[in-house]
Design a protein around this ligand. Sequence first.
Ligand SMILES: *Cc1c(COP(=O)(O)O)cnc(C)c1O
Length: 354
Amino acid sequence: MTIKIQSLNPEKRQSCPEEFSFGVTFSDHMFTQEFDQDKGWHNALISPYHSLVLEPSAAVFHYSQEIFEGLKAYRKPSGGINLFRPTENVKRFNRSAKRMVMPEVDENLHLEAIKALVYLDQDWVPAQEGSSLYIRPTMIATSPKLGLGASSNYSHFIIAGPAGSYFEGGLSPISVYVADEYRRAVKGGVGEAKTGGNYAASLYASEDVIKLGYSQVLWLDAIEGRYIEEVGAMNICFVYEGKKIYTPSLSGSILPGITRDSILKLAPTLGYEIAEQRLDIEQILADIDSGKITEVFGCGTAAVISPVGKFSFKGNEYVINNNQTGAVAKHLYDELTGIQYGTREDKFGWIEAI
Ligand SMILES: *Cc1c(COP(=O)(O)O)cnc(C)c1O
């Protein structure tokens, strides 16, 4: 199957504006394809960005059968555009599809669609340091039926829009509230899948903590309320004595981040030890108090690395590294973004140039 391209007339094409806000400005074009039981996936098309028309009874509106992905295209200072491990996003998209009883997409076609869209809208990849073009592949259930069950029809689409540097003036630590009462996901549920319902489930607690002056929630396991899972849209790492990095092992309810996986592979080559294991919140907080934990940071595509300066748990506050960005976070941030923007050697073969 090939992708048909209907592009805007050259005089109607735009480029990335000087000023933009993440997630509300989108590039000139989008990719779409449709699925039905007879034809399978068909109508692969790149066309001008447009609204979707759906029946109010479309399954996605009622039972949340939907999945998404998030990746970025980076403009190299020397010219040219890089994608970072896009095949991993495509594979995770299909794993999420399987879990949500949705049809898998052809990996090559999905990757081609991402590349063709970024190539066509290359003037939308911003050049300011730390900025990128954020790419959002999505699949939704479109069958017009309220009867409970998997949909028969699906739409797969990809949109893209500019994203600024996550941090103005370098990495700044965030304050994180450890959820005591609410839970994000449970083993056996859909926490491992990148599906909107996980976010819907987390909004209430997230909004609550913002009022208290915290920007993110750290989620604990739903069974014992004791083991650390992840933060908002990021996985989390704890640095002991400036050299050993611990991250929770994938428990079944944690989203397997590509940034997390990249750190697991990259950190040992930079002289750090790394361990994936079950991490008990009480032990972690005691190790922050005793100074054994020297840094904490979140990791995900949006921020790459996000230092944590403070935790709040059951009314107590725990400050890490004097609420300053630590050397390990900075080191990993520089190395990872260096690979992404093509200023550091790509020893792992993570880059796909466009
Ligand atoms: C997307 C996401 C992450 C981070 O994954 P990356 O592939 O590193 O961007 C972590 N947690 C959740 C819940 C996510 O949705």
